[in-house]
Ligand binder design. Sequence first.
Ligand code: PLP
Length: 441
Amino acid sequence: MTTPHSLSQRDRARIWHPFTQEKRVKDIIPITRGEGSYVMDEAGQQYLDLISSWWVNLHGHAHPQIARAIYDQAQTLEHVIFAGFTHTPAVDLCEGLSAILPKHLSRFFFSDNGSTAIEVALKMAYQYWANQGRVDRRLFISFEGGYHGDTFGAMSVGQQSGFHDAFQKLFFEVKTLPYPHTWDDDLDVAAKEQHTLHQLKTLLEEHHANVAALIIEPLMQGASGMRMCRPSFMQQLIACARSFGVLVIFDEVMTGFGRTGRLFATDHLDISKDMAPDFICVSKGITGGFLPLALTVTTETIYEGFLHEEWRYAFAHGHSYTANPLACAAACASLKLTTHPDTQRAWVAIEQAHREGTHMLQNTLGPDIIGRVRILGTISAFDVLDPAVDMGHLKEAFHQAGLLLRPLGRTVYMMPPYCTTKDKIGVSYDTILQILQAHLG
Ligand SMILES: *Cc1c(COP(=O)(O)O)cnc(C)c1O
C-alpha cells in the first residue's frame, strides 16, 4: 500500500539500489525502526532479520551499548586525520583484536569496508615483493565462487564469482582453482579436495616465482551461496602455498566475529607459526553492524618490508575516513559484547537450532527437495532442489511472513544476529516449511 509521496515512492524517484535490477523492482520496503533481531516497516510489520542485514549485525539492531559508545565518542572527538595522528578508540580496538587474533598477526591497517580491506591486502602483497625488486611476482591465486568485493582488485580476484562478468576485460591476471565445497553426507569431498590440491601443486611448480599471493574465504564462501570446505583441506592448502613461498590472504569479511561459531574461521584451523595466513581482512560485523569500518591485519615481516629511508617504499594508501573514531568506538563496544561468555553460548544455541530446523525440513520434504545442507556455527544453508519453486516468489513469501531472508540462487540461508533465540529460529524453520509446501511443484 503506497500513499502519495510515501517513502517508497520518494525512494523510487531518486535512489539507485545496490545489487538490484531496478527495472524489476516492484516494491521497496521502508524500514523505520530496528530493535533486537527485528526491523519494523512503516505499516508496523515486523521482520525477523535472519540475514543480519547483509551479514553486518551481530548483537541486534539499535543495541543500546553500541549506540551509547557512538554517542559518547561523537561528543568527544568525531574524526581526525589518521596520518601523523592517532586516538584512543583506534589503539584500544587494535589492542583488543590483538588479544583474540593469531599472535603473529600484529599490524593493523584501517579502511572502510570489505572491498577496501581486500584492496589493501592485495596491494600490500604485491608491493611487499616489489619492494624487494620482485615485480615479477604479480599473479594472484583465487577460487571459483570466491567473492571479495566490488572494487577492481577485489573483482579481479573474485572474477569467477559470477558477480562481475560485465568487467571481465578489465581485470588483472588471476589463476582460479576449483573450490571443493561440501555438505552433510557428501561422499565425494575427499576426491574434490585432492583434485584442487593437485591443481594448486601443479600450478605452483610452474608459476611459483611469479605468484604474489593466494586469497580465500576460509571455510565458507559467502556470496556464492554459503559454500563450505573442510578445515583439514584449508590446512593442506596453506601448507602447500607456504612450501612455495606464496603469501596467504584470508578474507574473513563475512566469517569474522563469531559467525562460524568461533571468533574467526581461522580459529577452526590448527595454525602454528609457519602455517598461519599473512593477512586477515575483517569488516562487516566489526562494528556490530552500526558503522562502516575494516581492517587488514598482517605480520611484522610484511610491515618491515615497507620500512626504508626512501618514501617510495611506503604503503601509499589511505581513505578520508581512515580509522574513524565513531566507528572504532562502536567496534570496541561490539568487541566487548562479542567476547562475552553469553555470546559464545548463543553461537552454540543457534547452531543447534539450525541442526534441528534443517533436519525437520529434510525429514518432512525429503532429500530430493531439501539438499546440500551445511551448517557452520551461526550460519546454515540448504538448496531448494525442486526446480518448480521460483526463488523470487519464495523471497516475497518470506517477506510477507515477516522473515527477512534473501536467497542466493537456489540457496536459502540464515545468519541471524546472536541475540536471536532458539525458539525464534525454530519457528522460522516451521514458517519456511509452510511456505515451501505452498510453492512446490
Ligand atoms: C561482503 C564481502 C566483501 C566485501 O565487503 P563490502 O563491505 O561489501 O565491500 C568481501 N569479502 C567477503 C567474503 C564478503 O562477504
